[in-house]
Design a protein around this ligand. Structure first.
Ligand SMILES: [Zn+2]
Length: 294
């Protein structure tokens, strides 16, 4: 039997997470077991199964956040076509942001009313020599993204967007390289390492159920102890540097005064804060011009 004191302490910790609003940004490269393109897009033979695992990781975070007292949860489906999560398998009062374009990218829907953010399925940056499918925003088009000279991963970039709204990152789930890279910049988020990267296309992975348990454990702890996490803030104005694989985007963007071409493949721009930086980045990486689909 539990003592009165234990019960009291338990209800106190539950209360600390009570009524919290949680934002989940879900990617797929860092999901348990994912190692190649076969798991990452509609043409891959394992994609349909990995939509289940991606949804399973998000559900593990949702259920644990709720058990720790969170009452409102918004999920941003933030990989590939933005239509990966099996929405009917999420709890019916959870809402989902789907598809593109969206001004805040993987963080669309975040605002100052949220109390904490969870990243699932995250991967390392294009500047990192380690990590499964390590890239930043586009593996096909970008080779480096920096803010004020600091190489950024999607995790640290998105943490800085949340930080602009005063919202801290609670949990980062992904491979070991992704977790290490994000934590080294933003500080004390909980890491849920669901696989250890061996190379760009290889990893030693947990079983899906073990990954769900790990994410649930880290999430429950973080939501209960939410006060200890601080927002990752980058004070504006910020200088953003973007390197492309191809010379052409940097050449054309430099027609506009707001972009400075710093070398054949790189442009630099200034933004008043990370929100504006995100909006400009969406144009720099997402504008299709005459090739846009209807
Ligand atoms: Zn992705």
């Amino acid at each position: 039997m539990k003592s009165k004191l234990t019960i009291c302490l338990l209800s106190l910790t539950m209360l600390m997470g009570q009524g919290k609003k949680i934002f989940i940004s879900a990617d797929l490269e860092g999901v348990v077991g994912a190692v190649t393109g076969e798991q990452l897009g509609p043409s891959g033979f394992e994609y349909q199964r990995f939509r289940e695992f991606m949804t399973g990781e998000v559900n593990a975070a949702i259920n644990a956040a709720r058990s720790a007292g969170a009452t409102e949860i918004l999920v941003a489906d933030s990989h590939g076509n933005g239509q990966n999560l099996l929405i009917e398998k999420l709890p019916k009062d959870v809402q989902v942001i789907r598809s593109w374009p969206r001004p805040l990218g993987m963080m669309e829907g975040i605002n100052a009313s949220f109390d904490g953010v969870i990243f699932t399925g995250y991967h390392a940056s294009t500047d990192n020599t380690e990590g499964v499918r390590a890239h930043t925003f586009s593996s096909a088009r970008l080779t480096s993204v920096k803010v004020n000279g600091q190489p950024m991963s999607e995790g640290s970039w998105n943490a800085a967007i949340a930080g602009q709204f005063g919202v801290p990152i609670l949990v980062v789930a992904g491979d070991d390289a992704a977790v290490k890279e994000v934590k080294s910049l933003i500080g004390n988020a909980e890491g849920a390492i669901v696989k250890e990267s061996i190379s760009f296309h290889s990893a030693k992975t947990l079983h899906p159920e073990a990954a769900y348990d790990l994410i649930a454990e880290k999430t429950a702890y973080a939501v209960k102890n939410i006060k200890k996490y601080k927002p990752y803030k980058i004070r504006g104005p910020v200088t953003v540097s973007v390197s492309f694989k191809h010379y052409q985007p940097s050449q054309v963007l430099a027609y506009l005064d707001m972009f400075k071409r710093t070398n054949s493949h790189t442009i630099e721009f200034k933004a008043k804060n990370m929100i504006e930086a995100s909006h400009i980045m969406r144009v720099v990486t997402g504008y299709n011009g005459g090739n846009a689909k209807p």
